[in-house]
Design a protein around this ligand. Structure first.
Ligand code: ATP
Ligand code: MG
Length: 189
């Protein structure tokens, strides 16, 4: 059982690299951003609530997000393991994930931290916004999301360092090189 957390600022390439990891290790991909966007598309009650936060570049409140993750995890039963993309984003979420996995006799093997310079994140997200049509990929909301990342999510780096699970990965340059570095970190976890 291999449980991985892929971490990084908005636009750091978590989704892109998760696909590579899923292909190589046969994991289930849980992207909380994708889960929330699917709910928004359906126009469900959860989607309507999520949209209010996402459009402002804010995080969905922890209690709600942790509840959603628990439900998704129950459905994801995969003996190979899971890659968590976009969760945890706060320390309470990291603590909740630890508990949820421990209840199942599991744990996070490694936290892969994709490091990308801020100017590059900005250009990547603005370009993505042109194609994705994502309402949160506009300059003003991107700035807000980066700020939220620094204040609420970046403290997870130290949290996972204390757990002995943090691995810093250079998240720019050749896609193949990034994937190779991620595989190496996973294989040595
Ligand atoms: P990337 O481009 O690296 O995939 P991202 O930040 O652009 O990352 P998503 O992970 O898709 O995008 O998340 C989009 C939005 O969904 C976030 O800005 C936030 O509002 C909400 N969200 C996703 N995951 C969480 C979470 N774990 N806790 C709270 N809110 C979340
Ligand atoms: Mg994503």
């Amino acid at each position: 059982m291999l449980n991985i957390v892929i971490f990084g600022a908005p636009g750091s390439g978590k989704g892109t690299q998760s696909a590579r990891i899923v292909e190589k290790y046969g994991l289930t991909h849980i992207s909380t951003g994708d889960v929330l966007r699917a709910e928004m598309k359906k126009g469900s009650e959860l989607g309507i609530i999520a949209k209010q936060y996402i459009d402002q570049g804010q995080l969905i409140p922890d209690d709600l997000m942790i509840h959603i993750l628990g439900e998704v995890l129950d459905k994801a039963a995969n003996p190979q393991g899971v890659i968590f993309d976009g969760f945890p984003r706060t320390i309470p979420q990291a603590e909740a994930l630890k508990t949820l996995l421990a209840e199942r006799g599991q744990e996070v093997a490694v936290m892969l931290d994709l490091e990308v310079p801020e100017e590059l994140l900005m250009t990547r997200l603005i370009n993505r916004g042109k194609e994705s049509g994502r309402a949160d990929d506009n300059e003003e909301t991107i700035q807000k999301r980066l700020q939220v990342y620094h204040t609420q999510s970046a403290p997870l780096i130290d949290w996972y360092k204390k757990e002995g699970k943090h691995r810093l990965i250079k998240g720019y340059g050749e896609l193949e090189q990034i994937a190779a570095d991620l595989f190496e970190a996973i294989d040595h976890s």
